[in-house]
Design a protein around this ligand. Structure first.
Ligand SMILES: Cc1cc2nc3c(=O)[nH]c(=O)nc-3n(C[C@H](O)[C@H](O)[C@H](O)COP(=O)(O)O)c2cc1C
Length: 327
């Protein structure tokens, strides 16, 4: 009997209530194909081609916007009103026809989005720290803003569920939830700042609100950097503590591990990599999270190299989990 080096890749995989037919998944990215914030024919066909090609699941809608004050500044989808539901239903029907589940990545970009887009509202963030990319100073979130944005997340997820999607992914890294997590962007002295529990509070409230507004059989994935690789930022120990804290809540089905500080130029180059970057950049980091959390599923960036999948070192064995690729 011949043994294929890719045998693990073509085994089914259980993700919550979903049985994926293999372990090949397209991760969310923003191809800038949205038309007036909606996924039109071009957007849907882009993912349908992947579904026809045999992948197990597609995650679309990189950083789709949940709120008015997180305008889609780079052609993302806009989940902040009910107009999106009908196009999502058409999208879901199209992808499901190939026996492929689909999920949308949802986000509030916080200070990272550009204020001179959408309705030209001020950007918001945990603390008044200038966004490095475009230099705008965000408004500090007040308690009422936090409640409003938590509700916006829940409504966006509800729209995805009504649109027939199989789940949502929260983009943490560099966006609003991640801005609360990182000590470099959160200097608050209230219940949302200070120690790690406080800094995780906003994201936990978002997760609870989403669970309250979506069916039980609805996948929630958390995509985050488990090591910002920057002085004063989230360390690997923090990343593992964060993963454990979320696994313990039972609120998430999947941890999708990335690395780097994507709000810096160097960080964004690593997380939105050119083809010059090596494959599987964060697979070791993801393996460590996997070891620490045990039962939780996670994914690593860009398909790991063949050798990784057979590596006896436990921290490289993440490659037995689904292999992901943006492109
Ligand atoms: C143009 C582009 C936009 C991206 N946008 C997002 C995004 O919005 N959210 C996200 O989590 N990842 C985003 N990514 C990262 C991809 O999901 C993926 O992790 C990365 O491209 C590595 O996989 P690949 O080398 O197979 O593309 C983006 C990548 C590219 C190239």
């Amino acid at each position: 009997m011949t043994t294929s080096p890719y045998r693990a890749l073509f085994q089914p995989f259980q993700l919550g209530h979903l049985t994926l037919k293999n372990r090949i998944i397209s991760t969310s990215h923003a191809p800038a194909y949205a038309e007036d914030g909606l996924p039109g024919e071009r957007y849907q066909r882009y993912h349908e081609e992947k579904a026809k090609g045999g992948l197990a699941m597609t995650m679309f809608g990189g950083a789709s916007s949940v709120s008015m004050d997180s305008p889609p500044s780079f052609g993302q989808l806009n989940l902040s009103d009910d107009r999106i539901i009908a196009p999502l239903q058409a999208f879901a029907k199209r992808i499901h026809a190939h026996d492929v589940p689909l999920m949308c990545q949802i986000s509030h970009a916080g200070r990272r989005t550009h204020p001179a887009t959408g309705n030209w509202l001020p950007t918001v963030a945990p603390s008044a720290i200038r966004e490095p990319a475009h230099g705008a100073m965000p408004k500090v979130l007040e308690a009422a803003d936090i409640r409003r944005i938590v509700a916006d997340y829940a409504e966006a997820a509800r729209r995805c569920a009504e649109g027939g999607l199989d789940g949502v992914e929260l983009l943490v890294s560099g966006h609003l939830i991640g801005q609360f997590w990182s000590p470099l962007s959160n200097k608050r002295t209230d219940a949302y700042g200070g120690d790690l529990d406080n800094r995780l509070r906003f994201g936990m409230e978002v997760l609870e609100a989403i669970r309250d507004h979506t069916p039980r059989a609805f996948i929630i994935s958390l995509r985050f950097t488990a090591n910002e690789f920057i002085a004063g930022g989230i360390t690997e120990d923090d990343g593992i503590a964060i993963a454990k804290a979320h696994a313990a809540t039972g609120l998430v089905d999947c941890l999708n591990i990335s690395g780097g500080a994507n709000w810096t130029k160097a960080g964004v180059a690593e997380t939105v990599p050119s083809m010059a970057f090596p494959a599987g950049r964060f697979v070791t980091l993801a393996g460590k999270v996997r070891q620490a959390t045990g039962h939780c599923k996670f994914r690593c960036q860009r398909g790991a190299r063949r050798s990784d999948r057979h590596d006896p070192r436990p921290d490289r064995r993440s490659a037995y989990d689904p292999q992901t690729s943006g492109r």
